[in-house]
Design a protein around this ligand. Structure first.
Ligand code: PXL
Length: 293
């Protein structure tokens, strides 16, 4: 039986300042009435975009002990949701948790956000070996949520911010061939307008391609990918369909960006999440997803 409040193992870093990773994942899931059980992968003074001299403490040894303890306790998670990892070895540790849940006949939803970079560049602590290992780690996932840069890294393709929609559709199928049942790619440029952007998704089971588009706002706030993926996780666990989950995630992320963009606050401090969390409590509102050919 499912937990009355869906329970998620949330495996991300804890960055003290800048609204990314666990400081976004936990409040978003809580607002959606989903229990987030954090397993920090690293502790940082700030996230790594727009800050220099940040302190970074890799928690790989802690994660080994934490996974053993959680397995011994027999905690049944409805989902395992990983994001920014602190070392290649952490992918084996997360796999161990997934294996043990599968052995015990729990069938957790496995969501891997392959957090590696943005705008064609890797984040500071991400190594070439981590990119390489991520290509096989995503085979463990039911759902992956790379941005366009991370999709290019996973496929070993060159990144460009003017990749067309046809190419992204082909990438979705190739990423699904690598294992995951659902592939969601964010930050896809919109063909006929630089004032729009979109999210494209492929569901291997139904062979359907979905698209949700929204206004493009010329700002880059770190942590918006974490907000997007967390809403997808929360929405799927609450029983929404894939296109509704995508729509809710796009609407929430757009609202968060709009709430922040009208102010002169530094982009590196992230979006005004606290001002928009309550919008997650509402019902599904009019959505705008499209089914593509
Ligand atoms: O939001 C992605 C992210 C997660 N974790 C860390 C980061 C970033 C993006 O900058 O630096 C540590």
């Amino acid at each position: 039986m499912r937990n009355p409040v869906p329970r998620v193992a949330a495996i991300h870093d804890l960055s003290g300042f800048g609204r990314a990773s666990l400081t976004v994942v936990i409040p978003v899931l809580s607002a959606m009435e989903v229990q987030a059980c954090p397993m920090p992968t690293a502790v940082l003074s700030t996230h790594t975009t727009g800050f220099s001299d940040y302190c970074f403490n890799d928690l790989t040894p802690f994660m080994k002990d934490c996974v053993s303890h959680w397995i011994n306790l027999g905690i049944d998670f409805d989902a395992v949701y990983s994001g920014f990892l602190g070392s290649s070895e952490q992918m084996n540790i997360v796999s161990e948790l997934i294996d043990s849940l599968l052995e015990r006949d729990g069938s957790p939803l496995v969501v891997i956000d392959p957090v590696m970079g943005d705008d064609g560049k890797t984040y500071g602590p991400i190594t070439d070996d981590m990119v390489l290992r991520m290509r096989s780690f995503i085979s463990r996932a039911d759902v992956i949520t790379p941005n366009l840069t991370e999709a290019a890294f996973l496929l070993n393709e060159p990144y460009s911010d003017s990749i067309d929609e046809e190419t992204v559709k082909e990438w979705l199928l190739r990423l699904a061939d690598m294992g995951p049942g659902v592939v969601i790619v964010t930050s896809v440029p919109y063909e006929s307008s630089d004032k729009r952007t979109s999210v494209l998704a492929y569901d291997k089971g139904s062979e359907k391609l979905w698209k949700v588009s929204c206004d493009y706002i010329p700002a880059h706030y770190p942590g918006t990918g974490d907000a997007f993926a967390s809403v997808v996780v929360g929405s799927l666990l609450k029983g929404d369909s894939l296109p509704i989950a995508l729509d809710r995630a796009v609407q929430f992320t757009t609202l968060a960006i709009r709430a922040s963009f009208g102010r002169e606050n530094p982009e590196r401090e992230g979006v005004f999440l606290e001002r928009v969390l309550d919008s997650l409590k509402g019902p599904v509102v009019m959505s705008s997803y499209e089914l593509l050919e």
